[in-house]
Unconditional design. Structure first.
Length: 87
């Protein structure tokens, strides 16, 4: 089994710009690889073994998956500043 260690904050801009330059804006961006053990910076690990379940849960809740801009939800929101995100 391959183990990947990722920061939980992902810089998507290079991926999106490269993909958009090649073939247009992507409709799907994989954030957590399927079926592989992921270890976060804090040492906890998990396996994304049922990604459709996460998609189904967001759809059932009528919730968008927010993409944090400049770590606003962690840094700005606690100070009462606007925490913008892309949905």
């Amino acid at each position: 089994m391959t183990t990947h260690t990722f920061a939980l904050n992902t810089e998507l801009r290079p991926l999106l710009e490269a993909t958009a330059a090649q073939k247009g804006t992507p409709l799907w961006v994989e954030l957590i690889p399927v079926g592989e053990q992921i270890t976060g910076r804090d040492g906890r690990s998990w396996v994304n073994d049922h990604p459709q379940g996460m998609v189904d849960a967001f759809q059932a809740n009528h919730a968008d998956l927010p993409i944090d801009i400049e770590h606003a939800t962690e840094l700005k929101a606690p100070k009462g500043d606007p925490a913008l995100s892309v949905v």
